[in-house]
Design a protein around this ligand. Structure first.
Ligand code: PEP
Ligand code: MG
Length: 652
């Protein structure tokens, strides 16, 4: 039997669930890679087969119900493994989608949604340190029978917790986000996990060690896979491992730290981000760098103060720590009073900014700058207050968790909802920006030595034009109804722009077209690259990493990758000055979310900004306090300075 779909977490769970219903031994083999055959009744085995989209899979079955099992698999494959989560629905909190998930759980009473965070970028409090490993040194093993029972009880306790989390998350963030917990719970019922656990226990190994070994070994398998999306699943396995080990050792749940704590985590998985109680946790400090992971997105959408990339700094449980994401500082045993003052100031600032959020951002000398919002979900658009539209819809985030490419109709529905959530103001839909640190499930990529310099953004779609064509069809459809701009990411050459425009075909009335300026080469030849376009939008995140040759996800070089580096500012300045007449210049990189940097960008002549939701009111408020003429003078000086630190100092 041959099917043509990748088998990632969700479809794999569907397949395994189906196979387990039959009295048959079913195996699956990837004809394209030669991997397998593996047991199709084991979630982990199927997932680690790493079968990509368009690979041909061969199923074989034996046993009394072999024929029925194969027929059922064929039907499931024909239905695309039922892997259709509507992105718009999945982002709908407490809506119909959440209701469905709760009803499916036997009509159990809805779990009260957890509180969100303060929405500030600064926090201070005692550290609640979550280690990579649960401490097993105090675990006292019993005899075989006791350990077998404990292993089973821990499994059950962890599963119950995950299902509760699933329901709470479905109620708050939608079934899409909640599905991660189903996938995690699935691991706990997986024969490929349970067999080694109980075999080890039967051989005299204690339950804690048996669970740890089985899940560590599975996490290692995921870590070793080529596909970046699949590699990220190792995080889920470690999260499940820790949950089971906490159940066994009675270790405190990291999601229930003392009131006012700052959670210090090695990496932020979606489960932790979704289950942190915003009333108890003052903020989250993540050791790993990177701001685009799923967990980070969930925490941000909940308004929980967050800093990433704090590295290996030594922190012990209970020690006071403070961070200011605005300045990028994380301090152990800080001057608590100073932090509290900053928090008071930022709270006041936020309240004042919120009170005037619907006013335009007009400088003292009368220049109005549209301040838009960057969105990765419909909920981001709903939460945005005071935004003049969206300057960046990250479609690869909106649909990144889909196992199969969304149809034009599904995409149009999500884009329409985003536009509606923003009151029909203009939205800028960026075409799929896969690659680098942004995997998309439905478009697995091969491992590359330098993924940021490799197959990314528009480049990828030269090979897969049909995926771009579907997206452009959806964008054209929505553009006929509401103001829409389409934007192509990761552009380097004029030939790429011409190719993209050719894919777009005749532009419907009102559809504005632009490109992102993220590559220094694009900035250096903007005069020809942007000819005939309506706008360009500078992606300072990537422009900074390429200008400074500092990987944006690498903590070791994080200090170099500073968007205020005058070398980056000079490229922005060049774009503004050399862009063809009439082509609008926007900035949608994170630099536009920093109110002080925003004034500098306006001083350089940038005409529009797009910021993360919680920063929109603050950016608008700041712009109202400056004159464009003064900002231009400050910007001219900034261009002559020799470091980002000097620019920052000057701005203050
Ligand atoms: C950027 O590079 O600045 C940008 C906005 O795109 P992303 O962060 O999604 O790569
Ligand atoms: Mg980018």
């Amino acid at each position: 039997m041959r099917i043509e779909h990748g088998l990632h977490a969700r479809p794999a769970a569907k397949l395994v669930g189906l196979v387990q219903r039959f009295d048959a031994k079913v195996t699956v083999y990837d004809l394209d890679t030669g991997h397998g055959p593996v047991d199709a009744g084991s979630l982990s085995r199927v997932a680690t087969l790493n079968a990509q989209q368009n690979h041909r899979l061969e199923f074989a079955a034996s046993g009394p119900q072999a024929a029925q099992a194969l027929e059922a698999i064929r039907e499931l494959a024909d239905r695309d493994f039922d892997d259709v989560v509507d992105a718009a629905q999945s982002a709908q909190p407490g809506g119909a989608a959440g209701g469905v998930a709760l009803a499916a759980n036997g009509g159990e009473a809805a779990v009260a949604p957890l509180a969100g965070g303060s929405g500030l970028d600064v926090a201070v409090g005692p550290a609640a340190v979550v280690g990579r490993d649960v401490d097993l040194s105090g675990y006292v093993p019993g005899d075989h029978e006791v350990e077998r029972e404990r292993a089973g009880q821990a499994r059950q306790a962890a599963e119950e917790q995950l299902l509760r989390l699933r329901d709470a998350t479905a109620g708050r963030l939608g079934v899409g986000e909640a599905a991660i917990f189903d996938a995690q719970a699935g691991l706990l019922g997986d024969v490929a996990v349970l067999d080694p656990v109980f075999r080890s226990v039967a051989q005299g190994i204690d339950a804690a060690t048996a669970w740890k070994q089985a899940l560590d070994s599975l996490a290692e398998t995921f870590d070793g896979l080529d596909d970046p999306y699949q590699r990220e699943r190792a995080q889920d396995v470690r999260s499940v491992r820790n949950r089971v080990l906490r159940a066994l050792t009675g270790a405190a749940e990291p999601v229930e730290p003392a009131a006012g704590s700052i959670l210090v985590v090695p990496e932020l998985d979606a489960a932790t981000a979704a289950s942190v109680d915003g009333d108890r946790v003052a903020g989250i400090a993540v050791r790993a760098a990177g701001t685009t992971g799923h967990g980070v997105i969930v925490a941000r959408s909940r308004g929980i103060p967050l800093i990433t990339g704090i590295g290996d700094v030594a922190v012990s449980d209970g020690t006071t720590v403070g961070f200011d994401a605005r300045t990028g500082s994380f301090v152990v045993e800080p001057d608590r009073h100073a932090f509290e003052l900053t928090i008071r100031e930022r709270t006041g600032e936020r309240d004042v900014a919120l009170a005037a959020v619907d006013e335009p951002a007009t400088t003292l000398d009368g220049r109005t700058i549209p301040v838009m919002v960057n969105v990765g979900s419909v909920q981001d658009a709903r939460d945005a207050r005071g935004a003049d539209g969206s300057g960046l819809v990250r479609t690869e985030v909106l649909f990144g968790d889909r196992g199969t490419p969304p149809t034009a109709a599904e995409q149009a529905a999500a884009y329409r909802e985003i536009a509606a959530a923003l009151g029909g103001k203009p939205i800028t839909i960026r075409t799929w920006d896969v690659g680098g640190d942004k995997p998309m499930r439905f478009l697995p990529q091969d491992a590359e030595a330098n993924p940021f310099l490799g197959d990314r953004g528009l480049r990828t779609f030269r090979r897969r034009p049909e995926l771009l064509a579907t997206q452009l069809a959806a964008i054209r459809e929505v553009a006929a109804e509401t103001p829409v701009q389409v934007m192509f990411p990761m552009v380097t050459t004029a030939e790429e722009v011409a190719w993209a425009l050719q894919q777009l075909g005749p532009r419907p009335d009102g559809l504005k077209v632009g490109i992102m300026v993220e590559v220094p080469a694009a900035a250096l030849r903007i005069e020809t690259l942007a000819a005939g376009l309506d706008f360009v939008s500078i992606g300072t995140n990537d422009l900074t990493q390429y200008t400074t040759a500092a990987d944006r996800t690498n903590t070791t070089v994080a200090a170099l990758a500073d968007g205020l580096d005058p070398a980056v500012l000079r490229l922005i300045d060049r774009v503004v000055r050399q862009v063809p007449l009439g082509v609008h210049v926007a900035v949608c990189g994170d630099l536009a979310s920093d109110p002080l940097a925003a004034t500098l960008l306006v001083g350089l002549g940038v005409q529009e900004l797009s910021a993360v939701g919680p920063q929109v009111p603050l950016v608008k408020a700041k712009l109202r306090q400056v004159s464009a003429v003064d900002a231009a003078m400050a910007a001219a000086t900034a261009l002559t300075l020799d470091s980002a630190a000097a620019v920052r100092q000057r701005l203050k």
